[in-house]
Design a protein around this ligand. Structure first.
Ligand SMILES: O=C(O)CCC(=O)C(=O)O
Length: 332
C-alpha cells in the first residue's frame, strides 16, 4: 500500500509566517486520523535534539542500553522545550484541528529500542491528538510508525470491527493482532518480517517532520532488520469541549485511564512540569488552565522499561473495551 505524502509547501521552511493550515490538511486528518507535515520543526530541530539528549541523560543512568525509556512531563521539564508551546505555527495547527480554545495535556520523551505492538493510545470520544516529533529518520524498513487509517472513529462499525481483533490494552509485550487471530496470523510487529498484509499506512519521517494523530487511531511500529533506536517527543492536546458538563471530571477520567494503562509505574504529582506550570506566556496558561489543578498520584519509580500491566489495570481496560461505543462510560 502506498502512503499519500504531503508535498512540501512552496516555501521549504515552515517558519511561522508562511505556514498555512490548508483545508486539505484538515480533511486528511479528519478522515484518516493522522497527518504528516514535512519540515515543520526544521528550524527548531537542532535545539530539540540537544535538549532531548540532555534531559534524558540527566534522568536515566545509561540511555544507551537497548531498552525503552519513557520520561513524562518532558518538555515541561525544560525551559527551551516548553517554549515549543508558544510557536505560532503550532498554535495555528492545533487550533485548526481542535478549536481555538484547545487544551494541552502534557508531553513525554521516549527512546525506543524495540518495536511497539498494535494499539490505540486511548479510546475516548473527546477529540484528542498526539504530536510526534521523531528525531531520527524512520522508514518502512527501520521502524516508521504505521497507522490503520480511519480507526479513530469510536462510534464507527469499521473501527470497532478492526478494534475487536486488537488485544489492546493488554500488556504491550504482545503483538496486538495475532493473539486473537481474527484476521489470521502474520500481523505481529514484534517479529521481523511479519505484519505486512494488514492494510496499513507506513508514515515514514525525516528529522524535523511533524506527525499528528488522533489518540484513538490504531498504530504500531515494526521490528526492523537491524535494531535502530528512535528518539521521540510526544505532545498531547485535546478539545476544550463545550458539550461537557464537567470538563474536569471527564478529563480526570481520561487521565485515570491513561495512568492505569500506560503510566502505572510513574510518580507524577502534578499534571504539568514546572516550566509549563509556571510559564509566563498567557498562551501557555490559557491552554493548561482547564487541567492545571489536576495531579496524578500514581506510585513507584520508573526504571525505563515497559512493565507488565497489573491484573487490575487489564480488568479496568477490558471493561472499557466491552463498552467501546460509549467512550469512557465503562461499567463497573
Ligand atoms: O515509535 C514507536 O514505537 C511507537 C510510538 C507510539 O506508539 C506512540 O507514540 O503512541
Amino acid at each position: 500500500m502506498r502512503f499519500f505524502k504531503f508535498k512540501k509547501s512552496v516555501s521549504n521552511s515552515f517558519d511561522d509566517m508562511n505556514f498555512v493550515v490548508t483545508p486539505a490538511m484538515i480533511n486528511f486528518y479528519n478522515a484518516f486520523g493522522f497527518l504528516k507535515i514535512q519540515g515543520f520543526f526544521q528550524s527548531e530541530y537542532q535545539m530539540i535534539s540537544e535538549r532531548f539528549d540532555k534531559l534524558m541523560s540527566e534522568r536515566f543512568k545509561d540511555v544507551n542500553q537497548p531498552k525503552n525509556f519513557l520520561y513524562p512531563q518532558f518538555i515541561d521539564s525544560d525551559e527551551k522545550l516548553s517554549d515549543l508551546l508558544i510557536l505560532p505555527k503550532l498554535n495555528r495547527l492545533i487550533s485548526a484541528l481542535m478549536g481555538d480554545d484547545f487544551v494541552y495535556k502534557g508531553s513525554d520523551g521516549n527512546i525506543f529500542n524495540n518495536p511497539t505492538p498494535w494499539h490505540r493510545d486511548y479510546l475516548i470520544r473527546t477529540r484528542s491528538a498526539k504530536v510526534l516529533i521523531y528525531l531520527e529518520q524512520n522508514d518502512e524498513l527501520s521502524g516508521a510508525i504505521r497507522m490503520i487509517p480511519g480507526t479513530h472513529f469510536v462510534d464507527d462499525s469499521y473501527s470497532s470491527s478492526v478494534g475487536d481483533a486488537l488485544t489492546w490494552p493488554e500488556p504491550p509485550v504482545q503483538g496486538g493482532f495475532d493473539e486473537k487471530q481474527k484476521f489470521g496470523l502474520g500481523h505481529n510487529p514484534m517479529e521481523f518480517g511479519r505484519n505486512l498484509e494488514l492494510p496499513q499506512a507506513v508514515v515514514s519521517n525525516a528529522p524535523g517532520d511533524l506527525i499528528i494523530f488522533n489518540h484513538n487511531l490504531i498504530h504500531c511500529t515494526n521490528r526492523p532488520k537491524k535494531p535502530k533506536r528512535r528518539r521521540l517527543l510526544g505532545l498531547h492536546f485535546c478539545v476544550n469541549s463545550k458539550k461537557m458538563t464537567s470538563f474536569d471530571e471527564i478529563a480526570q477520567n481520561e487521565i485515570r485511564t491513561l495512568s492505569s494503562v500506560e503510566m502505572e509505574s510513574f510518580k507524577l504529582e502534578k499534571m504539568f512540569g514546572p516550566y509549563v506550570y509556571n510559564h509566563k506566556s498567557p498562551i501557555v496558561q490559557r491552554m493548561i488552565a482547564p487541567l492545571k489543578g489536576l495531579s496524578l498520584k500514581t506510585e513507584g519509580p520508573f526504571d525505563g522499561l515497559y512493565q507488565k500491566q497489573s491484573d487490575a489495570s487489564i480488568e479496568f481496560c477490558n471493561r472499557l473495551k466491552l463498552n467501546r461505543f460509549k467512550g469512557l462510560e465503562y461499567s463497573n
